[in-house]
Design a protein around this ligand. Structure first.
Ligand SMILES: Cc1cc2nc3c(=O)[nH]c(=O)nc-3n(C[C@H](O)[C@H](O)[C@H](O)COP(=O)(O)OP(=O)(O)OC[C@H]3O[C@@H](n4cnc5c(N)ncnc54)[C@H](O)[C@@H]3O)c2cc1C
Length: 566
């Protein structure tokens, strides 16, 4: 089943659900007119359908491999990458001063979804570069910006992020890589990093590694971490390439999925690096890249969910099995298959709109400088990441179920979606860590940003009462329950907050998803049946989730390791 880019769906969501008009009304994004948005979506959609989607299976069957220290990428990936960079897609959101298009993050996020749906393993490469560009724009010196950003935007060079070490995964503060000042303004970076996405390739001239390392005598933990640009090949001032740097790919991981994306163990042996931002403030700089990547990864989940849904829908429309209420129809006419497809579609819509609402908040925060918008973006980022990738996993699994036994057979492609998307709930901060971020840092304002958002949901439900009283009531009540749940949560200590973090995040996503579904149904009556699925079948889960949240941590710790093992 060929991938079909959901261009008209993005336009609908932009126009009627997430308020893209507010973004285009700002001076910063005045060029993102509806006509430009449409043209860009159409062009990107064409690239995804015709060039990138055909590479997806190829990368799965023929993984990237390491040959005499050189990474060889999957067949067709070099051509696919060239098509991406020639279209200017890497630098969509980047500063025009360096050759970027300066377009809104909302539009970039939509395009990234289509690319991820078409070929997730390849899309990871420009996604990493986009994050790196943003980190450099915010934190690098003028000289580094001028040297690196244009090359990253043009795609001649690409970017990676190097945090993880064997003993430092979620606990980034445990990293041991070292950086010694060389006395000439550069640093000698030494250490081993694991799981580095696109640590090398055979289609860009250079690979620019952003590496977290410790200066001599740095404080322990995250307060003693600095960020360095460590390129594979050291560029001269004019951008031409000089000597090879002292770093290498030691090995590539054999993975459950994403076979086309080389995941590298990197060794840095006194490699020359340049400080990005201030000494010992590396986490702040890396967070710029990670926040960008979190939304991007959340959208990867949506991307795979969309592709898996399209696949399952096509199969269910053709496969005949037994008598259905409508006669000897295809399995799509069985109530349970219809239930699965309805849930898949409803979840994709919810996760997509939450991610795009987050992107709109990022754009508004940037364009207006409003701290309310910035707080909204910060609140929505962990929800977009965790819920989007959870949905990616759940929808891909359901896609296999719709296929029956054929879903378990690789040739249908349904299994690849589930294998590829699995890691999205793990990397870029596991979804457990995202939920802890939501109930910790993101509620440190006493819940202000959350209450503001819930007020909007309730106000909207109030106005919707005259047209859809039943659905509007359910939504209003759920938002109120979530408000009370939030009040309970902010009054708890860290252990109880953390124990309830995942169910709280999910309940939040349930309420937001229902809110956007109702908005969509009010704008277009044809969407009412899907909104009913979201509000009548999925939203009620919030009750159980909030009850789970209020259980706190004591009951979990009462189940001791011994009790677990008995
Ligand atoms: C395919 C792939 C690509 C990757 N790409 C990159 C990359 O490009 N750059 C990079 O730097 N890293 C990358 N990573 C690493 C990835 O970000 C880490 O795997 C991830 O952050 C989790 O760390 P960990 O694997 O050490 O798991 P751990 O930190 O050991 O976590 C194990 C479990 O414990 C939980 N846990 C850990 N700490 C806590 C806590 N404080 N509270 C509650 N629960 C906790 C986690 O949620 C998880 O369920 C990649 C990983 C993979 C698999």
């Amino acid at each position: 089943m060929a991938y079909r880019a959901p261009v008209s769906e993005f336009r609908f969501v932009f126009d009627h659900v997430v308020g893209m008009d507010r973004v285009s009304a700002t001076e910063t994004f005045a060029e993102a007119t509806p006509e430009t948005v449409e043209a860009i979506l159409l062009e990107a959609g064409k690239l995804c359908e015709t060039v990138l989607a055909p590479l997806n299976r190829e990368g799965d069957k023929v993984p990237a491999r390491l040959e005499n220290g050189v990474v060889r990428t999957s067949p067709g990936y070099a051509e696919g990458y060239r098509a991406i960079v020639e279209g200017g897609w890497v630098g969509m959101a980047a500063d025009p001063e360096f050759g970027g298009m300066g377009l809104p993050m909302a539009l970039t996020t939509a395009v990234n979804e289509m690319m991820g749906a078409a070929c997730l393993a390849l899309q990871l490469n420009p996604l990493m570069t986009q994050g790196q560009i943003e980190a450099l724009e915010h934190h690098a010196s003028d000289a580094i910006k001028a040297l690196y950003i244009p090359k990253l935007i043009s795609g001649e060079w690409c970017g990676t992020m190097n945090l993880t070490e064997p003993q430092a995964g979620s606990d980034v503060g445990a990293l041991r890589s070292r950086a010694e000042p060389k006395g000439d303004g550069t640093y000698a970076v030494t250490g081993q990093k694991i799981f580095i996405t696109w640590g090398d390739n055979d289609f860009t001239e250079n690979v620019c590694h952003l590496v977290l390392a410790r200066l001599p005598d740095a404080a322990p933990g995250t307060k003693g971490i600095s960020l360095f640009m460590v390129p594979k090949v050291i560029p001269r001032e004019d951008g031409s390439l000089g000597a090879r740097n002292s770093l290498q790919v030691v090995s590539l991981e054999h993975k459950l999925g994403l076979h086309g994306s080389p995941t590298a163990v990197m060794q840095f042996d006194g490699a020359t690096g340049w400080l990005i931002g201030q000494e010992n403030k590396g986490m702040a700089a890396m967070f710029t890249m990670m926040n960008n990547a979190r939304l991007g990864v959340g959208m990867q989940g949506v991307a795979v969910a969309e592709a898996a849904f399209q696949h399952a829908l096509a199969y269910a429309s053709e496969r005949k099995q037994g008598r259905t209420p409508l006669g000897a129809g295809a399995i799509i006419d069985h109530a349970d298959v219809r239930r699965m497809l309805a849930q898949m579609k409803a979840e994709v819509f919810s996760a997509r709109t939450i991610a795009l609402a987050c992107a709109v908040a990022i754009d508004m925060g940037r364009a207006t400088g409003s701290t309310d918008w910035q707080a909204r973006a910060a609140l929505l980022t962990p929800i977009a990441k965790a819920y989007g990738t959870d949905i990616g996993n759940e929808v891909a699994q359901m896609g296999i179920q719709v296929h029956g036994g054929m879903g378990f057979i690789e040739e249908t492609g349904a299994a690849q979606f589930a294998r590829d998307v699995r890691v999205t709930s793990i990397y870029e901060g596991t979804n457990g860590i995202q939920a802890m971020d939501l109930v910790g840092r993101k509620l440190m304002d006493g819940g202000e940003a959350a209450y503001r958002l819930l007020q909007e949901v309730e106000d909207h439900a109030e106005t919707a009462r005259s047209r859809q009283p039943d659905l509007a009531n359910d939504l209003w009540n759920a938002a109120e329950a979530l408000r009370e749940g939030t009040e309970w949560l902010v009054a708890q200590g860290a252990d109880d907050r953390n124990a309830g973090a995942v169910p709280y995040l999910r309940a939040f996503a349930r309420v937001l998803g229902a809110h956007y579904h109702l908005k969509a149904a009010l704008a277009d009556e044809a969407r009412l049946p899907l909104a009913r699925v979201a509000i009548k079948r999925l939203l009620p889960e919030h009750t159980g989730l909030l009850a789970q949240m209020r259980e706190g941590s004591a009951g979990l710790y009462a189940l001791t390791p011994e009790a677990l093992a008995s």
